[in-house]
Design a protein around this ligand. Structure first.
Ligand code: ZN
Length: 126
């Protein structure tokens, strides 16, 4: 998915890996009755430690095959790399979460400016 955010073709093995995981994951889906309607659910049982990945794999496949794929972005936050769907009107969202990565970027910029001012004023006195 990172390659999708960068608008380049995925490595060949990545798509094969996704398809293998998808085949296993979709084999675990089922339809259940929820009140008056039906819903997707998962066949569980045993100690399927990878069950946390099933919704992620299914969601990745759904995004890749939808028009949302054009909105996949990689977070510009320092050492983050999370992927997100950019729902902004002009497609300019940069961070996965403004309250986390956006604020960290602001703090880093502020610190860099302060440090630069201090260095300039210290250099002017000598
Ligand atoms: Zn982030």
């Amino acid at each position: 998915m990172a390659s999708v955010a960068e608008r380049r073709p995925p490595p060949p093995r990545a798509l094969e890996d996704l398809n293998e995981a998808l085949a296993e994951t979709l084999g675990r889906t089922r339809i259940v009755r929820r009140g008056p309607s039906f819903a997707w659910d998962w066949k569980t049982g045993g100690d399927a430690l990878d069950r946390l990945l099933w919704p992620v794999i299914r969601s990745a496949a759904e995004v890749l095959t939808s028009s949302d794929v054009a909105a996949v972005r990689a977070c510009a936050g320092y050492a983050c790399g999370r992927l997100f769907l950019d729902g902004s009107r002009n497609g300019s969202r940069r961070w996965c979460d403004m309250a986390v990565c956006g604020n960290r970027a602001k703090v880093r910029r502020h610190y860099a400016r302060s440090r630069s001012r201090r260095a300039r004023s210290a250099g002017g006195k000598s």
